[in-house]
Design a protein around this ligand. Structure first.
Ligand code: ARG
Length: 471
């Protein structure tokens, strides 16, 4: 190993080391291969720190100007792909700092005053994640809008509602879509709540104990937009906690995993509905794939993959919890392992939301097939029971009576509405000609006017509420 290489390998930690790091250890410990995507946050954090150091007279204004100049050039180099990332400089922080020093000399060496990579990396992760949460929030809104549009076009389409995957009661297809709008609305809220706790400043905690330099942490927080709804600076209040906990990342992964679980439920329905046995929908060809052996196949690969990716994101949540579990205070290198799961969670969730928002717009509904399935499943049996209750029969007796009527209808291969009135009256004499209103799918739907129910007028009211909310 030449003098020069040895120098590079040990330059970050002084003269204490008497031999260079082994190549294997260097590769094992380096994170620059994946953490370089934090570069914008790293530069923003450094500039906010340097500005404050200058304002407090800890470094000179000239030094700050030089740091600004150097960072502008580094920004440009990274954006244009000319920046040379070096494995021997371990991570994004040391890479940028080394380049800065190359560009502006001693001013670059002053940047790390009152700071450690421990509070630096925690700050970078929070800044980066905050931006991604905002993008995810916007994508969740796009998806809700797509579902809302599909709901709006299909309020009067009747779908068999299932429990236990057995036909239960008819529901409006629009109502069914709005159930997912509710889920994704809560996912958006959850992301917003996680954001508040992500948006808090670790810088100033230094390595673990705080620093003896008279830093103005609140000033840095304000510069970086780490403020609460009232505009108050949000600063981590305990230095040990600030550098070591990754609960903000875990919370984010939990919210992301839950959103993916919702996606996977929708996926499962789309896959079922597209199968020949259901035949309720078609998904536009551009979202499907064929089979290399069976020429007749059109496979719903996108929802299937999304269902699988939900498992992957839930795995990241578990991984992050196990990463944190059992770590003594304060910072440990274990925490470098937070990056890949968080990055992959963000990438997977964003891609999935984006593709779903598009795919929902490419779904064709087959109302006749849905209606046929609802009729085949005696979806209005509850309505007949409710009809008898309104005529004075106790509900339990009505339930029993209708069960017998359904059995007879199955024997005759007919829907309840198709049985002659006399046949129905044989089950209970209180049944009159007006029973037909209750036995039709539409009559069943219209009756469920309760708040949150599936009656089309209710569904339209809910759509209006969501429209007002989503803009
Ligand atoms: N690359 C490191 C990480 O991701 C940065 C912090 C390193 N701190 C240290 N004391 N080695 O966590």
């Amino acid at each position: 190993m030449s003098e020069n290489q040895l120098d590079k390998k040990s330059q970050a930690w002084s003269a204490l080391f008497s031999e260079p790091m082994s190549d294997l250890v260097q590769r094992y410990t380096a994170s620059v291969g994946f953490d370089q995507r934090l570069w914008r946050a790293d530069i923003d954090g450094s500039l906010a720190h340097a500005e404050m150091l200058a304002a407090r007279g800890i470094i000179g204004t000239e030094d700050f100007r030089a740091i600004e100049r150097g960072m502008a050039q580094i920004r440009e180099e990274i954006e244009s792909g000319r920046f040379q990332w070096k494995l021997e400089l371990e991570d994004v922080h040391l890479n940028i700092e080394a380049r800065l020093t190359q560009l502006v000399g001693d001013a670059g060496k002053r940047l790390h005053t009152g700071r450690s990579r421990n509070d630096q990396v925690a700050t970078d992760m929070r800044l980066w994640l905050r931006g991604e949460i905002d993008l995810i929030g916007a994508l969740l809104i796009e998806l809700q809008k797509a579902l809302l549009a599909l709901a709006e076009q299909n309020v009067d389409v009747i779908l068999p509602g299932f429990t236990h995957l057995q036909v239960a009661q008819p529901v409006s297809f629009g109502h069914h879509m709005l159930a997912y709008v509710e889920m994704f609305a809560r996912d958006g809220q959850r992301m917003g709540e996680v954001r508040q706790r992500v948006n808090c400043l670790p810088l100033g905690a230094a390595a673990l104990a705080g620093t003896s330099y008279p830093l103005d942490r609140e000033r840095v927080a304000r510069t970086l937009g780490m403020v609460d709804a009232q505009g108050r600076a949000c600063v981590c209040q305990n230095s040990l906690d600030a550098v070591s906990d990754r609960d903000f990342a875990i919370e984010f992964a939990a919210a992301a995993a839950l959103a993916m679980v919702h996606i996977s439920r929708l996926s499962e329905e789309l896959v079922l509905w597209m199968s020949q046995s259901f035949g309720f929908i078609e998904i536009a060809d551009r979202f499907c794939t064929g089979s290399s052996i069976m020429p007749q196949k059109k496979n719903p690969d996108v929802p299937e993959l999304a269902r699988g990716k939900a498992g992957r994101v839930a795995g990241h949540l578990m991984g992050l919890m196990m990463l944190m579990k059992g770590q003594p205070l304060a910072y440990n290198k274990d925490n470098q392992e937070d990056k890949e799961p968080v990055f992959d969670t963000v990438d997977t969730l964003k891609d999935t939301l984006r593709i779903f928002a598009e795919m929902i717009g490419g779904i064709t509904i087959k109302p006749e097939a849905m209606e046929r399935a609802a009729l085949r499943g005696y979806a209005t049996a509850t309505d007949l029971a409710d009809y008898l209750v309104k005529k004075g029969l106790p509900f339990r007796d009505a339930h029993e009576t209708v069960a017998r009527a359904v059995k007879a209808a199955i024997g005759q291969q007919a829907d309840l509405a198709e049985l002659p009135l006399q046949t129905l009256q044989a089950f209970n004499p209180r049944i009159e000609a007006d029973v037909l209103d209750a036995l039709t799918l539409r009559g069943s739907l219209d009756a469920r006017k309760v708040l949150g129910g599936t009656a089309p007028e209710q569904v339209r009211a809910q759509i209006a509420r969501h429209r007002a909310r989503l803009g």
